[in-house]
Design a protein around this ligand. Structure first.
Ligand code: UT7
Length: 334
């Protein structure tokens, strides 16, 4: 069995900065409420009509990751693309990345799993490298939330949270044994509707939405039972972090850097306190980007790495929780 390591990282976010103050034009809210409840100060939102889409943003992040790995697109053997906001209902954006990068006809896999999408994607790619099937796999998380959010007071509980952007890594067969130590994936589908966008999809198709023409119908906007999700998030984050540490014989004090999915700064702070971690051991950038779902961990990883927060030999732990519910972790010896 081989080990896989992250050989290159990249991220891309739209230029358009939307501050909390900017949201006042759509809804009744305050900067104070958003900062106090979520930690978010601003997010990036795609400018409608621009070239930014999940596929193109993901491709830009991937190009940086490939370059940082010292590779060219032709070296990539496989693509894993995680998103909940694909360009099209089908096909998923993995094939668009294959086309945009001009890579030969390699496989492209689309992963859902929402906020846990990147960790799920990383785990899938890790298995392919472990078995020796592939040597260089692109793992991308990319989201374009802003086009589908309900920009009104009714939708404010969800809309203020989400941002757009993309992150990517090249997962590569390791030469020195450093790399992913283990990944841990979970789901609990009985809570699927607590954080979901129900229609348009086959359970509630466009015809039904249009024919009913119900002004109270919000099924085509994301719905979140915020308090319920919050409570499950703090429990599952802690569990899956301890699971990864326990599986490898480590304690929280051994973590060099925890990169939690950026769901809410209060969740990260709760986890930090519960685990007894110092500020140096936890990376947060939700203040600048909001929650970018599948893109949040690779964007944070990219920024943490370029800020010099990750060094050779460090123990890096990624953990995610989100819609499904799904949650997961990946422990890496860098
Ligand atoms: O990434 C996937 C996982 N996601 C998460 O883990 C998110 C988990 N949940 C959360 O982060 C929080 O629950 C939210 C940030 C979504 C909401 O914060 P909260 O402290 O749970 O607020 P709440 O939903 O209990 O709402 C409290 C009040 C309500 O007013 P009343 O009923 O008390 O009068 C809301 O209507 O805050 C109101 N409110 C707002 N007020 C100003 C909700 N959204 C806003 C807003 N601005 N944007």
């Amino acid at each position: 069995m081989y080990t896989s390591r992250i050989a290159g990282i990249g991220h891309y976010v739209p230029d358009n900065v939307v501050t909390n103050q900017d949201l006042l034009q759509f809804m009744e809210t305050t900067n104070e409420w958003i900062v106090e409840r979520t930690g978010i100060e601003e997010r990036r939102w795609v400018v409608p009509g621009s070239d930014d889409r999940p596929s193109t943003m993901g491709t830009k992040a991937a190009q940086i990751a490939i370059k940082n790995a010292g590779l060219t697109p032709d070296d990539i053997d496989f693509i894993v693309f995680a998103t909940l906001s694909p360009d099209y209902y089908f096909p998923g954006p993995g094939v668009q990345v294959q086309d945009l990068l001009g890579i030969r006809e390699i496989g492209a896999l689309d992963v859902r799993n929402q906020c846990s999408g990147f960790v799920y994607g990383l785990s899938v790619a890790d298995q392919f490298i472990k078995t020796g099937m592939y040597k260089n796999i692109l793992v991308i998380g990319s989201e374009y939330h802003s086009g589908g959010l309900e920009k009104s007071t009714r939708g404010r509980g969800v809309t203020v949270i989400f941002g757009d952007g993309a992150g990517a890594v090249v997962l590569q067969r390791s030469e020195n044994g450093h790399g992913i130590l283990s990944t841990h994936l979970h789901s609990e589908g009985k809570h699927a509707k607590e954080l979901a966008l129900i229609g348009p999809a086959t359970s509630r198709w466009v015809d039904a939405i249009m024919s009913e023409n119900d002004p109270e119908d919000t099924s085509y906007y994301p719905h979140m039972n915020g308090n319920f999700v919050f409570k499950h998030a703090v429990t599952r984050f802690a569990e899956v972090i301890m699971e990864a540490l326990g599986a490898n014989g480590y304690n929280p004090g051994d973590i060099s850097l925890l990169i939690p999915h950026q769901a809410n700064l209060r969740i990260s702070q709760f986890i930090q306190k519960k685990m007894g971690l110092s500020d140096d051991q936890v990376y947060n950038n939700i203040m600048r980007y909001g929650n970018t779902t599948a893109a949040s961990i690779p964007i944070a990883l990219s920024e943490a790495h370029s800020e010099g927060r990750i060094k050779e030999g460090d123990l890096v732990l990624m953990a995610a929780f989100g819609s499904g519910f799904t949650w997961g972790s990946a422990l890496i010896r860098w």
